[in-house]
Design a protein around this ligand. Structure first.
Ligand SMILES: Cc1cc2nc3c(=O)[nH]c(=O)nc-3n(C[C@H](O)[C@H](O)[C@H](O)COP(=O)(O)O)c2cc1C
Length: 346
């Protein structure tokens, strides 16, 4: 589909025609046949001179192999990290040109492509491509995906900051409509809204308590922890993983996870819930684990090890009780929780 005088859209990819020709992004697995067919129809007998990959995730780049088979002399441009990935992904050698930030590729006939490196727009190797004369921005995942990109909010903010300095008349994303006019600012505003939401979450010190308890001893501990945290002024959300639907656990500033020990293991439901921890967003956030046991006591340790391996920061070693808490253990748990509250609130 022709989207401007010199630009054609083919699925999530764009073909730009100057004196030289450039394909921007490719196709997912299964889309390569249609991609090649359309490129051939548009180019007629002309050569494809350049293939630009804004990032190398296979949903955008998989078709590169087929395009290179048809146009083996095309020069491939991506960021340094992108070229490295493509070399691992492709079995055939190809001509390559790593894109430096702000480097320019002149296609002739008034078409000049500028590469703007925007790391971690879902993958580390990301950039966007800007056609300077018409003000057309080829954004790949940016403006295609919303909340999913917010794993790296700081990087999204940096990308928007840089792009907002450009004069943009059209945004051409991999997914969704081409944006023009007031829709461009609206699309920026969607991300600004998501960033505001994220910053707000970061400011509020909200603690998630997750637990499972077959006979009530671990539940008693969870309730004691909740009461102490609330006394200290923290906002607490508590879920019994056996009964409740667990929310997005990556919006909390700290996690406290508890399980009894059952056959030398931890509760399957708590373990499954903790699999939802996003190791990027929750990195370095504080946690501690707790639980009641009878003899060997692995439950709370397993949860502890899981959260450590997901990059969260242990506040302490697991807090455990043998069967129901004694008065002495309850007092210790209260003191422990107060210290944790102090740690996260200050
Ligand atoms: C089926 C079953 C298996 C258990 N296996 C272990 C175990 O391997 N090691 C251990 O220390 N305690 C074990 N226990 C004891 C529990 O961990 C203990 O009763 C604990 O207080 C349970 O916590 P809850 O009341 O929160 O469920 C087991 C209990 C049950 C019911």
């Amino acid at each position: 589909m022709q989207v401007s005088e010199n630009i054609y859209r083919i699925g999530g990819a764009y073909l730009v025609i100057g004196d030289k020709t450039a394909l921007i992004d490719a196709a997912p697995r299964g889309g390569e046949g249609a991609l090649i067919q359309e490129i051939e129809e548009i180019l007629g007998g002309r050569q494809l001179d350049y293939i630009i990959l804004n990032h190398t995730e296979p949903n955008r780049s998989y078709g590169l192999g087929a395009v290179l088979e048809r146009y083996p002399d095309a020069e491939v441009t991506a960021t340094v990290a992108g070229i490295r990935n493509l070399k691992e992904m492709q079995s055939r050698p190809f001509c390559e040109q790593a894109a430096k930030d702000n480097a320019v590729l002149n296609l002739g006939n008034g078409i000049t492509l500028r590469f703007i490196i925007t790391p971690n727009i879902s993958w580390p190797d990301s950039m966007v491509t800007y056609e300077e004369n018409s003000g057309t921005l080829f954004t790949c995942d940016l403006f295609s995906e919303g909340e999913k990109l917010m794993t790296y909010p700081d990087y999204v903010e940096n990308a928007l900051k840089r792009l907002s300095e450009l004069k943009i008349t059209a945004v051409m994303p991999a997914e969704g409509d081409v944006l023009q006019g007031t829709d461009i600012q609206k699309a920026f505003d969607v991300y600004y809204g998501l960033l505001d939401k994220y910053r707000e979450q970061e400011k509020n010190k909200t603690v998630l308590i997750l637990y499972s308890s077959h006979y009530g001893a671990t539940r008693e501990m969870a309730e004691c922890i909740r009461a102490e945290l609330e006394n200290a002024g923290a906002t607490v959300t508590m879920y019994d993983t056996d009964d409740d639907t667990i929310p997005d656990i990556n919006t909390f500033s700290a996690i406290i996870a508890g399980s009894g020990t059952y056959e030398r293991g931890a509760s399957e439901n708590v373990t499954r819930a903790l699999c939802g921890v996003n190791a990027v967003l929750m990195r370095h956030k504080p946690f501690f684990t707790f639980g009641s046991h009878g003899w060997s006591g692995e439950g709370a340790n397993i949860l502890h090890t899981m959260l450590v391996s997901l990059g969260m920061k242990p506040f302490s070693k697991p807090f455990t009780s043998i069967f129901n808490m004694s008065d002495e253990t309850r007092e210790r748990l209260k003191r422990h929780t107060r210290k944790f509250a102090e740690f996260i609130l200050n």
